[in-house]
Design a binder for this molecule. Structure first.
Ligand SMILES: NC(=O)c1ccc[n+]([C@@H]2O[C@H](COP(=O)([O-])OP(=O)(O)OC[C@H]3O[C@@H](n4cnc5c(N)ncnc54)[C@H](O)[C@@H]3O)[C@@H](O)[C@H]2O)c1
Length: 347
């Protein structure tokens, strides 16, 4: 069954179309739209999902911004049950044509502008893609009666807690107090999702994860940036005192969490996802330098980021108790492997 048609070609650039799967047994086969699937987490998710569920079919829609890297999908573009479409989630007409054509069972929205520093300099595109784009996607899901919509969100929507805070972390009911334009745009998108669940009865779920690490992240982000700078003998900057903390989640643990939520999460519910590996940015940078066998003298303290969140302690009991999710990857081993992977690509 060839699913692309001329109209779709006119609206977007259909680069890879290998879709030949006939949906004979709907019970064992799900057709998913993955938006932002050429970015860091989305591409890891697609690779993981198609390995776990070879009977499912994935359509990946991505605008291909600077953050996208098609190499991350090299293993799946050959598959018959994978299709890539270049397009913008803000483009209503284009989305409607895709939805009419493919009749998705579920949509997972990874598409976003994702870099906090950029959001401080150029916030408008964050509102456009992260808020408006999510709204356009939600409209299409309602219009085409998509069974499930999952929004990939972030711990940053909660705002921060003091460094010495030692009480319960943010729960899914905690108030939204985002600090950066990025976090505010993600919080706004979460609220839109919840409103569509309530008003239109759309089966919406949301995951709010901590910092991810793993393969295929853009070099603007902390881990690949440390590795790239250190490997090239350059200074590794750390914001302010370096004492701000982050909780590091291996990207494949995140993929499993998202899958569990899509299959078993409750409609209109939010799930926090973190690995419990919170440490200061300075400790993290020193650890990476140690793995690289580089001297700590490479570290350079720089002016702090405006509005820099101190830490995001999250309570993840809900996903553990309701969906039986716990992180499976040991932090140090997964970090060692990830660092080795980036390093090998730089040699
Ligand atoms: N990276 C993290 O540590 C982290 C942590 C928590 C939550 N998140 C969230 O996870 C999601 C994915 O993050 P990431 O790190 O993979 O981001 P990324 O920047 O690596 O990838 C984003 C992808 O979205 C695409 N995109 C951007 N605008 C688009 C548009 N208008 N239409 C279609 N595609 C568009 C880009 O081309 C890119 O491929 C984001 O929603 C982000 O907020 C990320």
């Amino acid at each position: 069954m060839i699913l692309a048609d001329t109209a779709l070609f006119q609206c977007g650039v259909l680069l890879y179309n290998r879709t030949v799967v006939n949906i004979k047994n709907k019970e064992v086969l799900m057709r998913l739209l993955i938006t932002g699937g050429v970015g860091f987490i989305g591409s890891n998710y697609i690779n993981w999902h198609l390995q776990q569920y070879p009977g499912d079919e994935i359509v990946c829609l991505d605008k291909l911004t600077y953050a996208a890297n098609m190499a991350a999908l090299a293993d799946v573009v050959k598959l018959n049950n994978f299709t890539f479409i270049q397009g913008d989630i803000c483009d209503e007409k284009f989305l409607e044509m895709c939805f009419a054509q493919y009749k998705f069972d579920a949509v997972i929205n990874f598409a976003a502008e994702s870099h906090v520093d950029t959001s401080i300099i150029s916030p408008a595109i964050f509102t456009k893609t992260n808020v408006e784009g999510t709204g356009v996607l939600l409209d299409a899901c309602v219009k085409f009666a998509v069974e499930k919509f999952h929004q990939i969100s972030t711990d940053e929507v909660y705002g921060d807690k003091p460094l010495d805070y030692d009480w319960r972390g943010f729960t899914e009911e905690s108030p939204l107090q985002p600090s950066s334009p990025y976090a505010a745009s993600k919080a706004a998108a979460d609220l839109l999702c919840l409103a569509y669940a309530r008003t239109y009865g759309l089966y919406v779920t949301i995951s709010r994860s901590s910092n991810n690490y793993g393969k295929w992240q853009h070099t603007e982000k902390l881990l690949p940036k440390i590795i790239s700078l250190a490997e090239h003998g350059q200074k590794v900057p750390v914001y302010g005192s370096g004492l701000n903390k982050r909780d590091w989640l291996y990207v494949l643990d995140h993929c499993v969490a998202v899958d569990k939520i899509i299959r078993h999460g409750k409609a209109g519910h939010i799930y926090n996802v973190a690995a419990g590996t919170e440490m200061s940015n300075l400790t993290f940078i020193k650890l990476v330098l140690k793995i690289l066998a580089k001297d700590e003298n490479a570290i350079e303290f720089t002016e702090d980021r405006a509005g820099h969140d101190l830490r995001y302690p999250m309570d993840c009991e809900k996903i553990k108790n309701e969906l039986d999710w716990t992180p499976q990857y040991a932090f140090k081993e997964a970090l060692d492997e990830t660092v080795a992977w980036y390093r090998s690509r730089m040699l």
